[in-house]
Design a protein around this ligand. Structure first.
Ligand SMILES: Nc1ncnc2c1ncn2[C@@H]1O[C@H](COP(=O)(O)OP(=O)(O)OP(=O)(O)O)[C@@H](O)[C@H]1O
Ligand SMILES: [Mg+2]
Length: 329
């Protein structure tokens, strides 16, 4: 398998304007995504982890141009996505797919499953109705909705949460995407079906590993670990740490990562003893008036003077990137 960057994200920003400029005060923005860069090779998988409001969904939507970027560049297999016009973008859509946070909201309640998945082929291919039906049946089988005939004529509300998520996954993989983004793929689901969906996502990923780049978004780093090799840790729109998920869980460097890791229960008392404990606490600052310097400094137990002045840049430490003055000379 040759590795080359399939997805390249460069300095992506998304600022949402809020309110109106008034005399003496400039226009205000929510800096939902603030200068994020990373690459994923063919066959690579990347997690995006962070608390609610850290910009995970916004980043995903900007990458797929479901939201227009404020600035930055995204290349998918060498194609500059931000320079495409609507027609070109529509043509590329099947190649970049997202499984959304809320499976119910992303399925049309008035359409049957046959129509919902079949529509993808109608829009993007010229294959006829008989073959579309065969393809939909195949897909339902692939995502474990069997026998498929039992599901074709049902409406989304006639399915369980786990089954609905399977439909969303079937639709997303229908036309062999190169980039697949799963946004909180199991958080709307019952604990008992989460494992099954994780298993399905892993099977799909492994089957398509030669052609796909894969992003999983979650507030839960343990879920990220079961699906991805590497992860970004995001805090208020910025990347604070990046590296192998396993390493970040074993030895989180950024105090914010330490805080996230502290919140996962560990069965092994040895790990628990060695773990730096940082209680989750403090208010998440406002994104409209973020603090100067490192955004995490008001909540950080190791805060130093310079943390309040200037944002630390991402630097290489051991086997990863981290943005924290604790690790620079
Ligand atoms: N259309 C919008 N207009 C203004 N602000 C927005 C808009 N969409 C998102 N935001 C803000 O951007 C920030 C990031 O939101 P986003 O949904 O990306 O977070 P998230 O990390 O996905 O959170 P969650 O874990 O809750 O899904 C939030 O402060 C949110 O209020
Ligand atoms: Mg989200």
């Amino acid at each position: 398998m040759g590795t080359h960057p399939l997805l390249k994200v460069e300095n992506v920003k998304k600022y949402f304007p809020v309110g109106r400029a008034v005399f003496g005060r400039s226009k205000q923005y929510v800096k939902a995504v603030d200068d994020v860069s990373f690459t994923i090779d063919v066959g690579g998988s990347l997690g995006i982890v962070g608390e609610s409001g850290s910009g995970k969904t916004t980043l995903a939507k900007v990458i797929l141009r479901l939201l227009e970027p404020t600035s930055g560049k995204v290349y998918l297999d060498g194609v500059d996505l931000f320079s495409l016009n609507n027609k070109e973008l529509r043509k590329l859509r099947p190649k970049m797919q997202m499984i959304f946070q809320d499976p119910m909201a992303s399925l049309n309640p008035r359409r049957k499953i046959m129509h919902i998945i079949g529509q993808v082929f109608k829009t993007h291919t010229s294959i006829g109705d008989v073959e579309i039906r065969e393809r939909v049946v195949d897909l339902l089988e692939k995502v474990g909705l069997t026998p498929p005939e039992l599901f074709l004529d049902r409406y989304p509300h006639e399915l369980s949460g786990g089954q609905r998520q399977r439909v969303c996954i079937a639709r997303a993989i229908a036309l062999n995407p190169k980039l697949l983004i799963a946004d909180e793929p199991v958080s709307a689901l019952d604990v008992s079906v989460r494992g099954q969906i994780v298993k399905l996502l892993l099977e799909i990923y492994e089957k398509h590993i030669d052609e796909i780049a894969y992003i999983v978004i979650s507030h839960d780093i343990a879920l990220i670990k079961s699906l991805c090799k590497d992860t970004l840790v995001m805090y208020l729109g910025r990347v604070v740490e990046k590296g192998e998920v396993r390493r970040i869980i074993e030895e989180p460097l950024h105090p914010y990562s330490q805080m996230l890791i502290s919140s996962i229960p560990v069965p092994d008392p040895e790990i628990a003893r060695n773990r730096k404990r940082i209680p989750i606490g403090g208010e998440i600052p406002s994104l409209i008036n973020p603090p100067k310097g490192c955004y995490f400094h008001p909540r950080c137990p190791y805060v130093m003077d310079r943390c309040r002045e200037k944002t630390p840049s991402l630097i290489n430490v051991d086997d990863r990137l981290v943005s924290c003055y604790l690790y620079s000379e």
